[in-house]
Design a protein around this ligand. Structure first.
Ligand SMILES: [Zn+2]
Length: 153
């Protein structure tokens, strides 16, 4: 039952991405359709080259430049987010997830999502005090795991 529900959500995301790409006037080839479903399934902020690898495993024959162009169109349509974290190539995620910020582990490159109501409220308060309202924000924390004394380096 749980699996079935998850499938439906992925299908809905795939459809949203497909519609957006059509709206941009891009023809949906089998290769692009594979890329869209791979994007819809991803929960881990993959890079373009990783998306290409996953799409290739479903339907071979998608070039990296097609992946880049497709991602750019999807970004313009507002259905995916591009993250330019320091020290890594751009990473992508579908934009429907509820608002969250990211921590980037500088040692492993792992991206960890978090959301914090106090931070959200504090940011709004700071902007407000300076006569602004927040339109949009990005918060990135660059982190490494704390080690207890005696842990190996
Ligand atoms: Zn994210």
């Amino acid at each position: 039952m749980r699996e079935k529900k998850a499938m439906t959500q992925i299908d809905r995301r795939t459809e949203k991405l497909t519609t957006a790409l059509r709206r941009a006037g891009v023809r949906i080839t089998r290769q692009r359709a594979a890329l869209l479903s791979v994007l819809a399934e991803a929960e881990d902020h993959p890079e373009a080259i990783e998306l290409q690898r996953r799409a290739e495993a479903v339907v071979p024959g998608i070039s990296l430049s097609t992946v880049y162009r497709t991602l750019t169109e999807l970004e313009h349509q507002g259905v995916i987010l591009r993250h330019q974290f320091e020290g890594t190539p751009a990473r992508f995620e579908h934009s429907e997830a509820r608002h969250h910020d990211h921590m980037i582990d500088v040692e492993t490159g792992e991206v960890i999502e978090f959301a914090n109501d106090r931070i959200e409220a504090l940011q709004a308060e700071i902007a407000e005090a300076m006569g602004y309202e927040i339109v949009h924000h990005r918060l990135e924390l660059y982190v490494r795991r704390k080690r207890a004394p005696g842990d190996p380096d």
